[in-house]
Ligand binder design. Sequence first.
Ligand code: C2E
Ligand code: CA
Ligand code: CA
Length: 591
Amino acid sequence: MPRKSRLKESPDTRPLSSVGEVHAVSDELPAESLLDGPDAVGVFDREGRALKVNGAALRAGAPSPTASPALLNKLPPFWNNEQERERIRGGAFHADGLQNEVVRFPEQGSAPERVYWVSVRGTSSGFVAVAREVTERIWEINELMATFESFVAASDRDPVTSFFTREQFRLLVERETRAAASSGRSVALLHFELDDFQLLNDTHGIASGDEFIVRLSEALRQTGRDGEVFGRVGGAEVAVLLPDLGAEQAAAEAERILTLVSRLPYFSDARTLTLTACAGLALFPEHAKGALELIQATAGALKDARRRGRGRFRIHDPADHERERVDRLRAQAERIRDDLTNGRFVPVFQPIAEIGTGRIVSVETLARRRDDDGKLGLPMEFLDAAERFGYVTEIDRAIIAGAFDAFASGRGRIDSELEMSLNLSALDFDDDRLVADISHMARRKGIRPERVTFEITETAALRELGRVQHFTQALTAEGFRFALDDFGIGFSSFRYLRELPVSCLKFDVSYVQNLPTQLENRVFVRGIAEICRGLGVKTVAEGVESASVMSILRELGVDRAQGYYIGYPSLELPARLGTSSGTFRAFPPPG
Ligand code: C2E
Ligand code: CA
Ligand code: CA
């Protein structure tokens, strides 16, 4: 393999030649004398015509501009097509230029793929670009990725409770039901959830919540029956697989666990609270034909129990909730239709800060429903019904239009470089007109597509990768960008980073909030941040609520932060302060 032998000339890890220094001399000195080192350097006029290039650039395939300045759409190693040329040329005239933009020259015939980091800065008469080849570095990164993927796959235990993870537990339920089916045995599945746990976490802090979960898991393990298997299937949710148990015994076990929870004290700030839990139970083969149905039946029973109040327990009963559920969703859907007609879905904006400088560089747009008293309802009150009844794409259109409007009418008052991100739902990928409508709306409002990022979750991407690819490519061709949302929960597969044109990755709230207590999370985040940097993918941490999490993120090399520590979602866009930097700062930069 050529791979091994080439690794000897291992990639340069020096900082990329500071384009700032080049700037200082570029107008006076001929480019040949400029840094004839390993980095390719080119001097361009304002249009992007090459005026001078150094030896390294010539060796990388740049044409010599001696006869007449070359204005080319493809100019290795600096850009590979017209769009990229425009992006780099445009970036040169931003206040900070562009740093480490990833430029790829795909494999051609026998020539292998080449990858460069291009940095660029404007001069009085044009711009200077420096390109460093990082092909080898990318190979290393790919290897790192493969290692991480197997690392993630191998972690089948929840680090807090040592119970099986959700995914692993599901596999165990599958195995157990298959075995039970072939030997004619029964399996009971119990699913319980602590009541008001999120509220407690919010008021008393995650640390006391985690501490409670640890003690609960120990108590469960010590008192459990033989053969019981536990899975941590959510933040405050545990599932218990009970092989060979009939309905009565399983119900007794459920009651025993609920009592155990209520006897376990929750300590916080010199106060001791009593917690309760709700539980749902279902049996195989009585209530379900397979593992998936069994899991769903249990979750349905839990939901029924929760609807009845705190500390409740229900056994699966199909007649019990199906009608009630459908009626409720239908009523919600009718209200959504009404609210759409009356323009009640409005965007709120949550600021996102650059960790290095504290500058607010972007906002995430979140949907809210305004009711008659002007109160703003959260997505959890309407998204579920909207997705089920096919209204979510209309809501998304309304939010996108509202956000573009706010940016257009805020012009002058807000930072002109402010970026925005918007959420998409999986159902949006089925709407053939959406891409055209989005570009049309952006053009009409004078919104620059490269300032707009669409967030998609892994679950949405998973549903139909082919469709999503098609959709994302269409929007990328218009210049819009993509972010992978909620990274760190679920599969966390790097596959999407390679297969989708993703320019940003957002670590999930739950992941970020555990950073102070979970060493594994810190290792994971540092590794991913490093990989992303190599791929030119920005990283954002969501749910940052404290200065301590902020400083951990800074140390781990995450680019941006979002959360209550930076700012709450608001109907108003963050205003420009008119300071020398012209930008609102969320917190002072370090040092
Ligand atoms: P998300 O995209 O992960 O959005 C981040 C959520 O975290 C928001 O909840 C936000 O208010 C909340 N959050 C922000 N900072 C903090 C913090 O410091 N701590 C904690 N604990 N939470 C924080 P929200 O607004 O309720 O949105 C929930 C979800 O609804 C979003 O999750 C997104 O998946 C979906 N959603 C929101 N707006 C839209 C939309 O316009 N279209 C679609 N399709 N989905 C949307
Ligand atoms: Ca989001
Ligand atoms: Ca998220």
